[in-house]
Design a protein around this ligand. Structure first.
Ligand code: ATP
Ligand code: MG
Length: 408
């Protein structure tokens, strides 16, 4: 007997159509932030609407999760929506789901549909998990597992039960107003919704590290914009384009497209190279960057700066040099990559889509004015003394005057 041509009612599940086909969106720590919960969820909703391009009407908060009604969206569009959601910080997982009426027939129908779809995708073993939140539902979870399991086996001969390592775990949740059935969960990026913890200005170099640092800042809910120091005529348009492309790649993880503040840095570098010993070039340049970034942060309401330094990766990234660099501004400087080694950073850069841009062979400004032997320790008194001779005030003023915000 073919499972699609029932002989009588008891052989096969009566087909009950779903109330809604949807994506279930589970959030991460959002759920834990007691007093802030409503604000965090509202922000997550807004970010989902912006990043997945969906109508607010389709997104509802039910049973502690967001449900995105797919309506008559086709499969390619739905896949695109899932892809966008996988870049929305705050989401823990996403699953395609059906909401069906609260009845055993509807539950069975939905489970069988879900299993059939998975078999078409190659699944050969399954396990059921029922959660009966609605205690008025007449069938106990254990009985549901047994009976619905048997029904799946009889309807879909290709499938067998595997309770330890199933290809497919089908979950059904029985609530008061609906039964929700879903299978595969796709992981989200976790973290906190962007815009819930403040705003930061990330120093973006064009290297591998700083985009990853900015990504981590976003992951912690910060709204990030970017500042880049470039050195025409020493650096060309390609180097600038590379940084724009990095911002563009990072914007895919954010609800709004962030801007880039471009600062011409060549004259400052020339002044440093002319008047200071080469061992101090790197620290002096980084101190000026930090000062300028601090001023821009001040004028634009950013709460912190973000840098891509990690400890000991290059000679200039010693505690002593970092202390000298931080002393240049009163601003909080976040360095999300402090504890990461290069392999981990490279892997993450690949995952978030910045690596291939970062490795384009266009030098950023610092490589050109990098000493062969940078000082490993910075004597604060010496640094202060050296800076007195550089005429930095007016150089910084000019650089800021010639800087511009760019929409990417
Ligand atoms: P990256 O891979 O991000 O370039 P790095 O390993 O080359 O980092 P450094 O050159 O010591 O390390 O720079 C440390 C951090 O200083 C960078 O991660 C970035 O945040 C900031 N920085 C360096 N150069 C620039 C620049 N031209 N514009 C903006 N920020 C910069
Ligand atoms: Mg670099």
């Amino acid at each position: 007997m073919s499972s699609t041509t029932p002989q009588n009612e008891s052989d096969t599940a009566a087909e009950v159509r779903p109330l809604r086909e949807m994506l279930l969106i589970a959030f991460d720590e959002v759920a834990l932030k007691r007093g802030q919960r409503a604000r965090f969820i509202e922000r997550l909703r807004e970010n989902i609407i912006a990043q997945a391009g969906c109508s607010p009407k389709r997104l509802a908060l039910r049973h502690g999760r967001l449900e995105l009604d797919l309506g008559d969206l086709g499969e390619p569009e739905s896949i695109e929506v899932v892809r966008s959601l996988s870049r929305v910080f705050g989401i823990k997982w996403i699953a395609a789901a059906e909401a069906v009426p609260v009845s055993l027939e509807a539950l069975e129908s939905a489970v069988v549909r879900c299993a059939r779809a998975a078999v078409a995708g190659g699944a050969r073993s399954f396990k059921l998990e029922h959660s009966r939140k609605n205690k008025a539902f007449p069938v106990q979870s254990q009985d549901l597992n047994r009976d619905v399991g048997a029904l799946v086996l009889s309807e879909i001969p290709e499938l067998r039960v595997d309770v330890h390592n199933p290809d497919l775990l089908i979950i059904s949740e029985v609530r008061r107003d609906q039964v929700t059935v879903f299978a595969e969960k796709q992981p989200g990026p976790e973290g906190l919704p962007i815009g819930t913890t403040g705003a930061a200005l990330a120093l973006l170099s064009g290297g591998i590290d700083s985009p990853v640092a900015a990504w981590y800042a976003m992951k912690r809910g910060l709204q990030v914009e970017y500042i880049h120091f470039h050195s025409p005529p020493y650096t060309g348009l390609k180097a600038q384009e590379k940084v724009r492309d990095l911002v563009h790649a990072l914007n895919r993880w954010a609800p709004d497209s962030a801007r880039l503040f471009l600062v011409p840095f060549a004259r400052i570098q020339e002044a440093i190279a002319e008047r200071a010993p080469s061992g101090y070039w790197t620290v002096l340049q980084r101190r000026v960057m930090q000062r300028i970034a601090g001023t821009v942060a001040e004028q634009n309401g950013f709460d912190a700066l973000v840098g891509g330094d990690s400890i000991g990766q290059v000679a200039s990234q010693t505690l002593s040099n970092m202390a000298a660099i931080d002393a240049a501004t009163p601003h909080l400087v976040l360095r999300p990559l402090l504890g990461f080694d290069k392999v981990a950073i490279v892997n993450l850069a690949r995952r978030i889509g910045t690596y291939d841009i970062s490795i384009r062979p266009f030098e950023d400004c610092c490589v050109l004015f990098a000493p062969r032997n940078p000082a490993i320790t910075s004597d604060p008194a010496a640094v202060n003394e050296l800076e007195k001779d550089l005429g930095l005030e007016s150089l910084i003023e000019t650089a800021l005057r010639e800087s511009e915000w760019i929409e990417v």
